[in-house]
Design a protein around this ligand. Structure first.
Ligand SMILES: [Zn+2]
Length: 338
């Protein structure tokens, strides 16, 4: 009984922590269910460490679409009329994704879609094909993903079907969007309408219930990444498979939007109160910029800490400074104000 109370307290602390920059979301936490369709704002109960050690977890998102999680990586499974389509297959998790699918349906896996060319999200495809006894399946990717595999000399099974606008898969019309490319220039997101549910598969943009990973998951272009967050909010969808962490909702995206906007605002104030000339102390120019940027970052960090650290001290202490660092250089190099 005490355990349950503690959980409830944790949930309300999280909801409160959202108040700072946006409306508090009333998320509902329940154990993952492969049978019951998640209701609006429903998330998966349980800690990340427990989830990491489980072989897999499945949450049904609509009649035919499922969220599958293996060791902190999430994929989307779509059951068609005769077979199954999978979006992404994390490295070292291919077999477990396949095991999870077998508990959902007897229909065979016939297609895998690559969301982007980062091996941690798609590096399990080879293992799956091997598990299937090298049975031929369709491998969908955009031209950008295929070209990136080649340019980076990645050892990936080659896409067999190049996609651009949509995938027609056994009664499912999956919309393909290639415009959200701040994380990676080949990042592809997918909108699946199933009954009344609109499910978005958009990877490495938002980490629901968490601060973002270091350097915003190494976003290739932080300003385009910020644009992507605005775009996600303007799109029509109900629930998001984000590649990591928990199920994502618009409230999660709003939180991230506010967090980045605060970082830029605090940096702007930091620039105004800091003078490069105070740092011209040696004959090494890199040292001037290092010490100047450190002063600006420290200023922004103090303000960000006041608003966001409480209740998530560990991840804030690990990652927040990298988040500020990303936008400091981006604002300097692009000449941006908040
Ligand atoms: Zn990625």
């Amino acid at each position: 009984m005490k355990r349950i109370n503690k959980k409830k307290v944790l949930v309300s602390v999280f909801a409160l922590s959202l108040v700072g920059s946006t409306t508090a979301a009333e998320f509902i936490y329940k154990p993952a269910s492969p049978i019951e369709i998640a209701s609006d704002l429903q998330k998966i109960e349980g800690g990340q460490l427990d989830r990491y050690h489980k072989p897999f977890e499945i949450q049904r998102l609509s009649e035919n679409v499922y969220w599958v999680s293996v060791s902190y990586y999430n994929v989307t499974v779509i059951v068609g009329q005769n077979s199954v389509l999978l979006i992404d297959a994390p490295m070292w998790g291919g077999k477990r994704v396949l095991d999870a699918i077998k508990t959902i349906t007897d229909k065979p896996l016939s297609a895998i879609v690559y969301s982007h060319s980062h091996a941690d999200h798609v590096g399990g495809v080879g293992e799956i094909i091997e598990e299937l006894g090298n049975r031929v399946i369709d491998l969908y990717a955009t031209e950008e993903v295929r070209n990136s595999f080649i340019a980076h000399k990645m050892n990936m099974p080659e896409p067999t079907k190049i996609i651009s606008n949509r995938i027609n898969f056994e009664g499912h019309d999956i919309k393909v969007n290639k415009t959200l490319i701040g994380h990676a220039s080949d990042n592809t997101i997918f909108l699946i309408k199933d009954g009344n549910r609109k499910i978005l598969h958009a990877v490495d943009i938002v980490h629901p219930d968490q601060l973002e990973f270091r350097n915003f998951s190494l976003a290739e272009d932080p300003i385009l990444y910020q644009n992507d967050i605005d775009t996600l909010l303007s799109m029509d969808w109900d629930v998001m498979v984000t590649g990591h962490s928990n199920l994502g909702y618009k409230e999660d995206v709003k939180f991230l939007q506010g967090y980045i906007s605060d970082i830029r605002k605090y940096l702007h104030e930091g620039f105004k109160t800091t003078n490069l000339h105070d740092h011209l102390k040696s004959d090494v120019p890199f040292e001037w910029y290092d010490s100047y940027s450190r002063e600006v970052i420290d200023y922004a960090y103090r303000l960000l800490s006041k608003k966001y650290r409480l209740g998530r001290e560990k991840e804030f202490d690990i990652n927040a400074r990298t988040h500020i660092d990303v936008y400091l250089w981006e604002m300097i190099s692009r000449g941006l104000t908040p």
